[in-house]
Every structure is written in structure tokens, then in C-alpha cells.
Design a protein around this ligand. Structure first.
Ligand code: AMP
Ligand code: MG
Length: 320
């Protein structure tokens, strides 16, 4: 395992591995991805093995531009054109019907999820490799997604190469939208907000299980996910949680403007701005895990649409 700077030599080593059906971790603007040639059965098998990812959970394929995404699709709906024009490169994943001549990326389903990432290193790697890259978050399944190269190293020590592009700027996964039906449907809330999406597509179906964070019908949307080792408790009012029976040390994860609580607790205070909060959330959870805390009491964020993705991740981190 080596962490390298993504200069010409680093990229060359990464391309060599990818073209040899191996895997490489690389930065994107959302989180770090574990990249593999999307249509190499050996490379894809290695991704599932390293992540311990359930075989029914499909992978997002990363491409360098819209034309490369279209080439993977059986048809390319108008909504895909409009969304791609507006938001790619960027943290939006589109689910479309998979081109019939291509094999499924993971489980045998007829759709494919595609995205053009907005990160210079990711784009350079995609161009240099000349391959569509399946790239799920570079962490063990159900764990906290990595926002730094160091997070990847600790979660997946077997990965042969990690390109270090510094901390991820969004720090939360892409928004996933299904375009195979009449109306675009949100499958996973993420970095790109619903308001921005609606400005392009009009109505978006918001399945109840996404809106309320309960069990998901779509693949990969199992309740427990994004979870630190510590137990996570979501609380409207952090100061009202009884600590007596909780596994210690007990930590608090709040956002600015929350009043003081007992100062003998380990505390992480994040921004009151949902985008900044999201950017720091996984790093904060990693730090609390590193500090060996037993329980994290999380101040529940506001029930507004801007906080949808963050609330989704916190709810799933808290699911037992
Ligand atoms: P990850 O890359 O680990 O952030 O997870 C990718 C997410 O995209 C998972 O929730 C997958 O279930 C979802 N996904 C990938 N491909 C598809 C697809 N073809 N249809 C629906 N969801 C998908
Ligand atoms: Mg993931």
C-alpha cells in the first residue's frame, strides 16, 4: 500500500494498476473512491472483496464527460441531458438503462449509475486510463466514508495505491437520481440539493423511505451504513440525554449555536451551515472513533430540505 501525490508519475502508476485489472483509490469532490475498470470482472470482484460489499449492491461508474456516460446507456432521456449540462462535472449520479451490449456492473440489473466527478485528479485519471471506473466509497462496507487518503489507508490497508488529493471538498456522497421512470426519482439524498435539481427537472419523486430515512427499497439503501464503531444516538436536545447507562467515553457532536453542555465531554462542534457541516461530518466521526469514544450523542439537525442528506447519513449511522 502506498499513498502517492497525483503527479504524472503517480497517475502513471495508477493507470498501470487499473489497466491490469487491479484497483486504485482516488479523490473525488464527494469522498474518496475505490476505482476499478467497470467492465473487468476481476477488478470488480476485487472491489467487492476489499470493501466486503454485499453482492446485490451495484456500483456507480465514473466517466470523464457526458459523451462517455451516454455510451454506457441504452437511451439517454432529455432529463439526463439537462441535468448533465447543468451539474456535470459534479456530485450528481444518474441512473439510466444500461446499454445492452455491456455487462452489469455488479448485480445483474438492467440499469447503470453514471457520474462525471468534479475533481481534477479524478478527471485526469479517467482520461489517462481511458476506462470507465466503478468507484464506490473507499471504505469497508457500512463504515464511514473516507474524506482523506489517510482514512482510506486505515479502512482498506490492502489497496495497492492511493492518490492523495487532499481532503474532499463536499465530504458527502453524490445525490443519486433514477431517470428510468416517468418522473425523476431521488434514490439517495447527497451533496447536490433538491432545490437545485428541481430547478432543472421540475418535480422529483421523493420516495417515503428516502424522506424519512427508513428501510430502503433500492439497492444499497440498507438502514445501517456510514456508521462509526461508537454507538450513535440522535437527540433533539443533547443536554437532556442521560449519560448514566451509556458506554463511555461519551462524546457530543453538535453544530454552532447549540448551548453549552457539560464540558467534561469530548465535543466536536461543526458548522451551522449544512454544506460546511457535511464537509466536516465524516472527518469528525473518524476523529471520535480514533479517540476511542463509546457513544456519540449527535444533536439532530433541523428538519429542513437543506439538511436532508446529512440527516439521512446521521439516521443511518444511528440505526442499530
Ligand atoms: P457508494 O458508491 O458506496 O456511495 O454507493 C453507490 C450508491 O448508488 C448505492 O446506494 C447504490 O445502491 C446506488 N446505485 C448504484 N448503481 C445503481 C443502479 N443501477 N440503480 C440504483 N442504484 C444504484
Ligand atoms: Mg459507500
Amino acid at each position: 500500500m502506498t499513498i502517492v501525490v497525483p503527479d504524472a508519475d503517480g497517475l502513471r502508476r495508477a493507470v498501470e494498476l487499473l489497466q491490469g485489472d487491479s484497483v486504485v483509490a482516488f479523490p473525488t469532490e464527494t469522498v474518496y473512491g475505490l476505482g476499478a475498470h467497470a467492465f473487468s470482472p476481476a477488478a470488480i470482484a476485487e472491489v467487492y472483496r476489499l470493501k466486503n460489499r454485499p453482492s446485490w449492491n451495484p456500483l456507480i461508474v465514473h466517466v470523464p464527460h457526458v459523451a462517455a456516460a451516454r455510451a454506457l446507456a441504452e437511451d439517454w432521456p432529455d432529463a439526463a441531458n439537462e441535468l448533465a449540462a447543468q451539474f456535470w462535472p459534479g456530485p450528481l449520479t444518474l441512473v439510466v438503462r444500461r446499454a445492452r451490449h455491456l455487462s452489469a456492473v455488479g448485480p445483474p440489473i438492467e440499469t447503470i449509475a453514471v457520474r462525471v466527478p468534479a475533481h481534477e485528479v479524478a478527471l485526469s485519471l479517467l482520461e489517462a486510463a481511458g476506462l470507465p471506473l466503478a468507484a464506490p466509497s473507499a471504505n469497508r462496507s457500512e463504515g464511514i466514508s473516507p474524506t482523506t487518503a489517510e482514512h482510506v489507508r486505515r479502512s482498506l490497508p490492502e489497496v495497492p495505491l492511493i492518490l492523495d488529493g487532499g481532503p474532499a471538498s463536499w465530504g458527502i456522497e453524490s445525490t443519486v437520481v433514477d431517470l428510468t421512470g416517468q418522473t425523476p426519482r431521488l434514490l439517495r439524498p447527497g451533496a447536490l440539493g433538491l432545490r437545485a435539481l428541481r430547478e432543472v427537472t421540475g418535480a422529483i419523486a421523493l420516495p417515503e423511505e428516502v424522506a424519512d430515512g427508513a428501510q430502503r427499497s433500492s439497492p444499497g439503501m440498507n438502514a445501517r451504513h456510514y456508521a462509526p464503531r461508537a454507538r450513535v444516538i440522535l437527540a433533539e436536545d443533547v443536554s437532556k440525554v442521560e449519560h448514566g447507562d451509556l458506554a463511555g467515553p461519551v462524546a457530543v457532536l453538535s453544530y454552532e449555536s447549540v448551548e453549552d453542555f457539560s464540558d467534561d465531554l469530548v465535543a466536536e462542534v461543526l458548522s451551522v451551515d449544512p454544506r460546511e457541516y457535511a464537509a466536516d461530518l465524516y472527518a469528525a466521526l473518524h476523529r471520535l472513533d480514533d479517540a476511542g469514544v463509546g457513544t456519540i450523542i449527535v444533536q439532530a439537525p433541523p428538519e429542513t430540505e437543506e439538511w436532508l442528506a446529512v440527516r439521512d447519513r446521521l439516521r443511518r449511522a444511528a440505526a442499530s
